[in-house]
Design a protein around this ligand. Sequence first.
Ligand code: SF4
Length: 341
Amino acid sequence: MITNNLKNIGVFKDSCDGTIKSVFNVNNKIIEMSLLMNKDKMDVVCAPTHHFCNLKCKMCHLSDNRINKNMCPISKEYFIEALIKSLCLQEINSNNIKDSRRTKKKLLLISFMGVGEPLLNQKLILDVFKESNNIKKLLGYTDISFAIATMVPNISLLKDFIKMINANNIPLKIHFSMHTPIDENRFKLIPSSNASIEDILNELISYSLLSKNNAKIMNNYLKFHRNNLPIEIHYTLINGINDGKLELNKISNLLSKYVIPIKFIKFNPTKEMSISDNEEHWITTLKEKLFDFQIKTYSPPGKEVGSSCGEFTKHYYHKEIETEEEYNEFKNWEKLHKIDY
Ligand code: SF4
């Protein structure tokens, strides 16, 4: 089952939380996966669906107007090889791959939240799901579950995806990257999405109902998550962009109407955008109006090794436009975090 097409070009470790990021090259295309160590009972792998992404979300660290590269979907073979190699030590014991695993945890959550947009490579998610039993056997997991973070390029892609997930009984949580509740502003912040927020929320609610009524999905889902809601909104508060009164009112009304949990993810500042100071005010206001379980804040792990949301090892994608200063910065970072195993 395991192929040997990928060249491992680096394994990096976060000294604060132990996140391990593995970077692979195949035919000059990159695959970057991070194994998070923030859950006691499960391995969480933050995985890409594409080798590169040019969808140009304004708050993303990867997409850059100066780079003229195609958004190439990752194939099942390359993905599975990268997954197995990311979960194992460099020297895989080919007679017994289980012994090479970095952890002995029994649950594996494959979270498509890395480079790319999962709804634009749905085939990969289905293909990997179909390999779940083989992956379990090979690596010694008892259960595997899935998650995606999507900005929803258009509503029909989301509908097709939900149909595919239910037709195949795939246990999967959908995290909707909303980032502003105002459609017109969202179309500017996330220019590759033309879906209206209320359309998306309605679809998510139907998805949640379908999943809750599917015993096969729920049996698996409840081993991985604290509640039976397979949907969540992601929101990153950015100074002056999406953190105003108008947005707060709008989001409060939407969340009262749709009762979907929201997670506020700490923003990784870009050159043009900075972290909002309003998080505390937003959380207090929303907690007064909504159910407690609906509101969470989150500082993504793996910050030192660029595994946080929207942050990648830019050097590997941006070589064409990298300045000398950025290159030197990368070399220093590499010295600090690269490990041999
Ligand atoms: S945030 Fe995700 S979808 Fe948007 S450009 Fe970056 S990698 Fe692509």
